[in-house]
Design a protein around this ligand. Structure first.
Ligand code: DC
Length: 225
């Protein structure tokens, strides 16, 4: 018996890393929905489209093909997105393009189409509330903002980028505010989501906390069938 798992939470709370690890252990497919918004922002920038220009971005999506490998890696227009989308520019662009309802509706439709069956772990901001309201397990992952800024700074440094902690911290606060205060599908905890605070947890500790919840939901689903 398989279920679907929704993981939502603020920027750099470890959602994707934990979702990826859970997917490996459970043999599920992990879809990072933030990657889709980032890819839209990057493609728009390459085409010199303004991130604020919703109609132009929407038209761009008509000629944009999203596909996923069997392990859930995002392919846009036939090319694996890879690390191009892991930049601050892509993060800022994604935060802007994800405000537009037409863009959200298109990406949500794609996410829902690929998750009609079970065995998926999606992470993002609106998974438990909009994309997979029927997910058997919903996690709302949080972490102290300074801890998140530390992790994000370390990630950039590991990639050889020069970044300043205070700038990363300010950027995270700004993007949290954008995600939580936007008009359409703001980041909110689904009523039935379980809060997991990863401020003082390693990836493995967080995974060890969530796995029993997954097993319990699978058992619950089996007894209901
Ligand atoms: O998780 P991330 O940092 O890769 O997400 C990039 C941006 O996309 C972030 O500002 C929020 C937005 N996003 C969203 O609005 N809905 C999602 N399901 C995933 C991401």
């Amino acid at each position: 018996m398989t279920i679907n798992i929704a993981i939502d939470g603020p920027v750099a709370s470890g959602k994707s890393t934990i979702a990826k690890r859970l997917a490996e252990l459970l043999n599920y497919v992990h879809i990072d929905t933030g990657a889709m918004y980032r890819a839209v922002a990057i493609k728009a920038a390459r085409l010199h489209l303004d991130w604020e220009n919703e109609p132009a971005l929407f038209r761009m999506l008509d000629s944009t093909d999203f596909a996923f490998t069997p392990t859930g890696e995002l392919i846009v227009d036939g090319v694996a997105v890879g690390s191009d989308i892991r930049t601050q520019e892509a993060a800022i662009g994604a935060s802007t393009v994800s405000r537009h309802p037409l863009i959200r509706a298109r990406l949500v439709a794609i996410q829902q189409a690929i998750t009609r069956s079970k065995g998926f772990i999606l992470d993002g901001r609106d998974i438990g509330t909009v994309v997979l309201p029927d997910a058997e397990l919903k996690i709302f992952q949080v972490a102290d903002v300074r801890e998140r800024a530390k992790r994000r700074t370390a990630e950039y440094v590991a990639k050889g980028l020069t970044v300043d902690f205070d700038e990363v911290l300010e950027d995270l606060k700004q993007r949290d505010a954008n995600d939580m205060n936007r008009q359409h599908s703001p980041l909110t905890k689904a009523e039935d989501a379980v809060i997991v605070d990863t401020s003082h947890l390693t990836i493995e500790e967080a995974v060890a906390l969530i796995l029993p919840m997954v097993r319990e939901r699978i058992r619950r689903t089996e007894t209901h069938d």
